[in-house]
Design a protein around this ligand. Structure first.
Ligand code: BEZ
Length: 258
């Protein structure tokens, strides 16, 4: 399998801005929680837990949940909910045989070293454990990426060098899971056009910082305005409502019993 290019990605998480522009991320997490089918008393690792909105739901169902996220600000917000949450990279998990399930919503596409993530998940799970996740899949926000790339190209930059996302096909991610020994029980690519809380600039500021920080600070407002106008005919309806072209990859895989 081809190694993914690693990029100089810059992404910061401001919990207040996240709550304003991205609450839909956890609000739309019900299908992956359903696929997880958590049972009271289970030990669950929430990988990329963000501000802990779904972690809190799993705790409410009686699970013993540990959250991990690379963002210290998001972990502080998760801890403010009273959760057991820790700063850490999903590409360097250090758990060993500790969980009945590893759960991940809308986080794995930020982790470009996918095989390292899968290896860490495998080690974190007890035999018989399961890995259930939803992430951006092949084609996710392709319209937005194209507009960002074109606007950067007009300024002499190659967006591939700063694109922070990994959106695999179902076949590719299945192959990675199976190569590590997981038995893939389900895997599907699901187009899910997603209504945004405000205009696309709020979304770009929340999720696509890596593209705009390729430019000097003074050029960023014009860059974002240009991208918004390029996207308006494609993603904004006559009433001014914006919808992003999300595609989800949702999967469930089991670590066999020894
Ligand atoms: C998400 O959080 O699901 C997401 C973030 C950035 C791009 C696409 C999807």
């Amino acid at each position: 399998m081809v190694a993914l290019p690693l990029v100089t990605a810059v992404q910061t998480w401001d919990p207040e801005r996240y709550a304003r522009n991205a609450r839909f991320v956890s609000d739309l997490g019900a299908p992956v929680v359903e696929l997880l089918a958590p049972r009271a008393g289970e030990r669950i690792l929430d990988l990329g837990c963000g501000d802990g909105a779904l972690t809190e739901k799993l705790v409410g169902l009686g699970c013993r949940v540990v959250g991990v996220d690379a963002s210290a600000a998001q972990i502080a917000a998760a801890r403010a909910r009273g959760l057991d949450a820790h700063v850490g990279s999903g590409e360097d998990l250090t758990f060993d045989d500790e969980f009945d399930a590893v759960f991940s919503n809308a986080a794995l596409h930020w982790m470009k070293r996918a095989d390292r993530v899968i290896e860490g998940v495998w080690r974190a799970l007890a035999p018989g454990g399961r890995f259930v996740g939803e992430m951006g899949g092949d084609g996710c926000v392709a319209t937005i990426v194209a507009a960002l790339s074109a606007a950067l190209a007009r300024r002499g930059h190659d967006a591939r060098a700063v694109n922070p996302w990994y959106f695999p096909t179902a076949t590719e991610y299945r192959a990675r899971l199976e190569a590590r020994g997981f038995v893939v029980q389900s895997s599907a690519l699901i187009p899910r056009p997603t209504a945004l809380a405000g205009d696309v600039t709020g979304w770009l500021e929340t999720f696509a910082e890596s593209f705009s920080t390729a430019l000097p600070a003074g050029e960023r407002p014009a860059f974002l305005a240009e991208v918004q106008e390029a996207l308006r005919p494609k993603l904004c309806d006559a009433s001014g409502r914006w919808t992003a072209d999300y595609v989800r990859l949702r999967f469930r895989a089991a670590k066999p019993l020894d």
